[in-house]
Design a protein around this ligand. Structure first.
Ligand code: BG6
Ligand code: MG
Length: 217
């Protein structure tokens, strides 16, 4: 039986995947890499520096910048992203997610955050939902990002639960793979997450009952 839920943030709890996309698009224009839907999708769930490398590689620029210049580019992207984050309010929580958090809390489930974003605490603060989470996995302490299972394994550890009692919620392929490899139940939002154990087209479709119904099938 499930006892704990590990939430991805960007694209699951808030529409901040769009903000990351906007800021990376600006960066891609600057380094002259063509911005395509495929490139945008491949960045979801991926850490800041790995995302930068993917953008540089897509344009054939992987050898054009020194490490210091790469850090400057990533910092510029992050400054642009933070400007967008500062506009967030509780109204930007995606449909169904506040209700799910309330339902889980009322039923004494463990709740932690498993986001690759170093900005996650700030985003939670603007959305005013920090108190729902008993822990936040610190992405700065991870050796490997999604799709490696490390972040979701750490989430289970934070809750003191074995993997088979934990579910992870994700909007990205890299995240679903991370959950699956950690041996946890994967819950995917969106239309392109074939490998998720439980699937919802929209966040608004989720509830504890709807999750259990798909698991029992
Ligand atoms: C993930 C996002 O949650 O966090 C990625 O899906 C982002 O798009 C990554 O690159 C790292 O975020 P940040 O805020 O640390 O740059
Ligand atoms: Mg995400």
């Amino acid at each position: 039986d499930l006892k704990g839920f590990a939430f991805d943030l960007d694209g699951v709890i808030a529409d901040t995947a769009r903000f990351h996309g906007q800021a990376w698009h600006q960066l891609a224009d600057k380094v002259v890499t063509e911005w395509t839907p495929e490139l945008a999708d491949s960045l979801k769930g991926v850490s800041r520096m790995d995302s930068l490398e993917l953008i540089l590689k897509a344009g054939g620029h992987e050898n054009d910048y020194s490490q210091d210049e790469k850090i400057a580019l990533a910092t510029e992207k992050n400054d642009n992203y933070i400007k967008l984050v500062e506009t967030l309010t509780p109204a930007d929580i995606l449909p169904g997610m506040k209700a799910l958090l309330d339902e889980l809390k009322a039923n004494n489930y463990h709740i932690v955050l498993a986001s690759a974003s170093k900005n996650a605490p700030k985003v939670l603060k603007y959305l005013q939902i920090t108190d729902y989470f008993e822990g936040i996995v610190d992405p700065a302490k991870l050796t490997h990002g999604k799709p490696d299972p490390e972040i979701y394994s750490e989430a289970a550890k934070l809750m003191n639960l074995p993997a088979n009692q934990v579910a992870g919620l994700e909007d990205a392929q890299a995240g679903i793979e991370s959950i699956n490899r950690a041996g946890e139940t994967s819950i995917g939002f969106g239309s392109s997450l074939q490998d998720a154990d439980v699937k919802f087209a929209h966040t608004g479709d989720v509830s504890l009952a709807a999750i259990k119904e798909q698991m029992d099938k």
